[in-house]
Each structure stands twice: as structure tokens, then as C-alpha cells.
Design a protein around this ligand. Structure first.
Ligand code: SF4
Ligand code: ZN
Length: 306
């Protein structure tokens, strides 16, 4: 079968939900162009932004690092600082950090690492064993978000970019539905700005890129990424949602895209009913929060969060 774009080369990949066969070069161009389109469609980045890019060492963040660093070269006023959070997960995080370091050095991107231990006095492993946590991900996610906010402000970034892909976004939507968290669905834009300016704007340039194509692109372009999963990943409800959605997609091709587009429409409808948060300062750490104590401090102080 020939490539459906250039028609001159043998296809190596068929994008099933569109029925389009791609040769290697056309797939690579199409993949990168989609990220550029996502960035411009949601007005994610300006020509002089300093982006703090969260790089875990996995395929998504390293792919985004590669594509963004190529885009950034065309805008001399812009800048990227890669930021990696070391949660302190034995036998897992060290390898990912080394990979992130190598890739940043190769691309000439500044790289900063911040750890749970230095910020919160505990590694994630210590929290899990001392507090007998059944669902470490709920701690990890909250503490990591705060760590990224802190380091992004420290390096004087103007935006935070994360590598959430389309599959992640669809999973998050389903999880929010399970939890009845409609306000979070309303605030799930791929480009999110806090009107009070207390939080840095957050953007997700891979939000319209399916995970499967990110893996393909990473392999094609020789990106070395960590393949070992986090030892705690299997405890997360997200893992079950991922399996469920993958099964659905296998049977009903295009299902994930359909859900993604539905969420976009839903968000539009919810926009008018959305009441913006009134943000305060956390009593304990002075970080912005919608209540009197931020989620991270509540968790660390053993106060239940929703
Ligand atoms: Fe953290 Fe869970 Fe991700 Fe592991 S799987 S890094 S514990 S959020
Ligand atoms: Zn706090």
C-alpha cells in the first residue's frame, strides 16, 4: 500500500481512525505538525515564553522535549528549561532521571531536578511505607504538581508545559466522571490560565496526540526512553480506566477521539457556568490554594483531601 499523503513511498503505518496510510517521512511531518497546530489552536505559547517543561524520562515528555526544542530554535526570544521531579521511587526513578539528563544534554536544554526529599522531607517510598498508603498515586500527583510549580517559578518560567497525551486526557475525563467532579472537567483545557496570576499558565501540547503515535514517533526518531513502569502504577484506578478504554478502542476504532471531541464540546457548554476560584495563600506554605491549606500540605499533615 502506498502512502496516502505523498503517494510515492510504501506505507508503514495506517492511522486507522482516519483510514490514512503514511510513509515514515509523512508520518513524522504529520505528527510534528499536529503538535504545532495544537499549540497555535489553543494559543499555548508566545514567541518570548520561557517554558518550564516537565520531563519525567518517559516517551511522552522526551518526545515533547524534542519537538519543542526544534520549535524553540526558530524563536530566539523563547527558552526552555526541562524540570524533573525525583519522587524517590526505588528501582524506577533513577534510570528515568539519567535518561532525562542525557536527552537534555544532547539537545542543549537546561535541566533542573527537584526531589520530594528536599521539598517535603520524605521520599514517596518513605511515605508509602510509613503511612501504609494503598494508593500512592494520589499523593504523588499532588506533590509532583506542587514541586513543578515551585521549580518553574524558581527558574522564572512564564509557562509550564506538561506532556499529557490524548489518551491521558480521555482517561482523566472518565475518572472525573466517576468522581462526579464536573468543575474539574470544566477546567481541563489543554491551555489553562489562572485569571488571578497566582499559578503560572499550564499548557499540554500533546493533548491531541494519541499515545500510540507518540510511541511510534519516539522509536522512529531514536528517542531513548524509560520503558519500566512505576511499581505503584498498577494500584491506580487510572490503570483500569486505561485498560477499559484500550479495549473499547480495539473494538470501536476512533472511540478515544470521539470522547476527546465530546469533552471539548462539553467544556464549551460548561464555560459559562464556570465560577473561577477565589485563591488564597496556604496557611502552611504560602502557595496558592482554593481553601486555607493547599492539597499537598493537607496530605503531608494527614488531613483528608477529596
Ligand atoms: Fe507517581 Fe503513580 Fe505515576 Fe508512580 S504511577 S510516578 S506513583 S503518579
Ligand atoms: Zn501548603
Amino acid at each position: 500500500m502506498r502512502c496516502g499523503v505523498c503517494n510515492s513511498t510504501e506505507a508503514f503505518y495506517i492511522r486507522e481512525y482516519e483510514g490514512v496510510p503514511f510513509c515514515r517521512d509523512c508520518f513524522k511531518d504529520n505528527f510534528e505538525n499536529r503538535i504545532r497546530r495544537t499549540i497555535s489552536r489553543h494559543q499555548m505559547l508566545g514567541v518570548n515564553d520561557h517554558v518550564a517543561l516537565a520531563v519525567s524520562g518517559g516517551k511522552d515528555s522526551l518526545t515533547l522535549l524534542r519537538v519543542l526544542s526544534r520549535i524553540e530554535k526558530r524563536f530566539p526570544e523563547s527558552r526552555i528549561t526541562a524540570v524533573t521531579v525525583d519522587e524517590g521511587i526505588g528501582g524506577y526513578r533513577t534510570e528515568a532521571i539519567n535518561i532525562a539528563k542525557e536527552q537534555c544534554a544532547k539537545l542543549g536544554v537546561d535541566h533542573r531536578i527537584i526531589s520530594f526529599k528536599e521539598l517535603y522531607r520524605y521520599t514517596l517510598d518513605e511515605l508509602v511505607s510509613e503511612r501504609k498508603l494503598s494508593f500512592p498515586c494520589s499523593y504523588c500527583g499532588v506533590l509532583r504538581r506542587k514541586a513543578i510549580n515551585l521549580i518553574a517559578r524558581k527558574v522564572k518560567a512564564t509557562k509550564i508545559a506538561t506532556a499529557h497525551n490524548m489518551d491521558d486526557e480521555v482517561q482523566t475525563y472518565v475518572l472525573n466522571m466517576f468522581h462526579g467532579d464536573v468543575p474539574r472537567i470544566a477546567r481541563s483545557d489543554p491551555s489553562l490560565e489562572d485569571p488571578s496570576g497566582m499559578f503560572l499558565p499550564r499548557v499540554k501540547p500533546l493533548a491531541e496526540s494519541p499515545e500510540k503515535e507518540i510511541v511510534l514517533y519516539a522509536h522512529m526518531t531514536g528517542i531513548d526512553f524509560q520503558t519500566v513502569p512505576c511499581p505503584y502504577a498498577s494500584t491506580a484506578l487510572r490503570n483500569d480506566v486505561r485498560t477499559m478504554l484500550n479495549r473499547l478502542e480495539m473494538k470501536h476504532v476512533g472511540m478515544k477521539f470521539a470522547i476527546y471531541r465530546s469533552v471539548e464540546r462539553l467544556r464549551e457548554l460548561l464555560k459559562n457556568s464556570r465560577s473561577d476560584f477565589v485563591l488564597n495563600r496556604c496557611d502552611s506554605c504560602d502557595e496558592p490554594t482554593a481553601s486555607n491549606m493547599c492539597e499537598a500540605c493537607r496530605l503531608l499533615n494527614g488531613i483528608d483531601v477529596k
